[in-house]
Design a protein around this ligand. Structure first.
Ligand code: NAD
Ligand code: ZN
Length: 247
């Protein structure tokens, strides 16, 4: 793979640069987690309206839970990849660093990132539809499905479904970090799901140097300052190398 890192980007790969990394499903693809869109995308096989909406959960919670359980089982068997590991390393290398993810798989946590804005929630959390109490899942949810809260209400996956608002604090803090960063990486995202997809646009408008890392050009690519075409697990280690070895 030949990926040319520009001089401009190389100059920014120093600890004093304020960096934001924004990730999508592509960063987990090399771990074996299917993306949503694209050739092997989940939406080619499943109907979103039947699985990832509040209406779907209200009408058939068992079916929705079975699908989420299938994804949880799949994800529990895979590991973070080289891309996740570099992003974790970046958290200690750059003095000001923010990770914003659209992923719900928990692989950034498992790679060691401590501060993560999770715009679409977390597969490893549940929330009661009656009392709104949330809980971390340490194991897969107990059978029978759907799991119930101690108040008697149904527990739902702690993810943001289509038609739902993003968590307000996470999104506003993500916007603030994006507005102040000098270097913004958009990694493995089709940049089509709004409002999360606004972030690279905001970064560009506020004057950050915006770099896309993707196996193919996304909807945002034509506005990026630099597009590094390749797998996240291969391109990010090159970036790490450039951070540590002066050019
Ligand atoms: P998406 O499926 O729309 O796009 C994935 C992108 O990743 C594509 O642009 C594709 O070209 C790129 N890609 C695939 N393999 C790659 C690789 N090895 N390296 C770099 N890029 C690669 O995903 P998205 O943009 O995150 O879409 C947003 C929605 O998908 C979010 O709502 C998110 O919650 C959800 N999602 C999350 C997961 C997860 O948690 N792992 C999985 C599927 C979907
Ligand atoms: Zn409850």
């Amino acid at each position: 793979m030949s990926v040319a890192i520009s001089n401009k980007l190389s100059c920014l790969l120093v600890p004093s640069t304020n960096v934001v990394v924004f990730t999508g499903a592509g960063v987990s693809a090399e771990s074996g987690v299917p993306t949503f869109r694209g050739i092997d995308g989940l939406w080619n096989e499943f109907n979103v309206q039947e699985l990832a909406t509040p209406q779907a959960f209200a009408s058939n919670p068992v079916r929705v839970w079975e699908w989420y359980l299938w994804r949880m089982e799949l994800i529990s068997k895979v590991d973070p990849n080289a891309g996740h590991r570099v992003i974790s390393w970046m958290e200690s290398f750059f003095s000001e660093f923010t990770l914003i993810t659209q992923n719900v798989d928990g692989l950034h946590d498992r790679a060691g990132n401590r501060h993560i804005f999770k715009l679409h929630g977390d597969l490893w959390e549940v929330r009661c539809v009656r009392c709104s109490k949330t809980a971390k899942l340490l194991t897969l949810p107990p059978h029978p499905l759907p799991p119930a809260c101690e108040c008697g209400g149904l527990l739902r996956p702690g993810v943001v479904w289509f038609g739902e608002m993003l968590p307000e604090r996470e999104f506003s803090q993500s916007v603030a970090a994006t507005e102040h960063c000098q270097l913004f990486f958009s990694v493995g995202t089709s940049a089509e799901v709004y409002p999360a997809a606004q972030l690279p646009i905001i970064a560009k408008e506020k004057g950050a140097y915006v770099v896309e890392i993707n196996i193919e050009r996304s909807a945002f690519a034509c506005r990026a300052d630099e597009v590094l075409c390749g797998k996240a697990g291969e391109v990010l280690p090159l970036i790490q190398h450039r951070c540590t070895v002066p050019f």
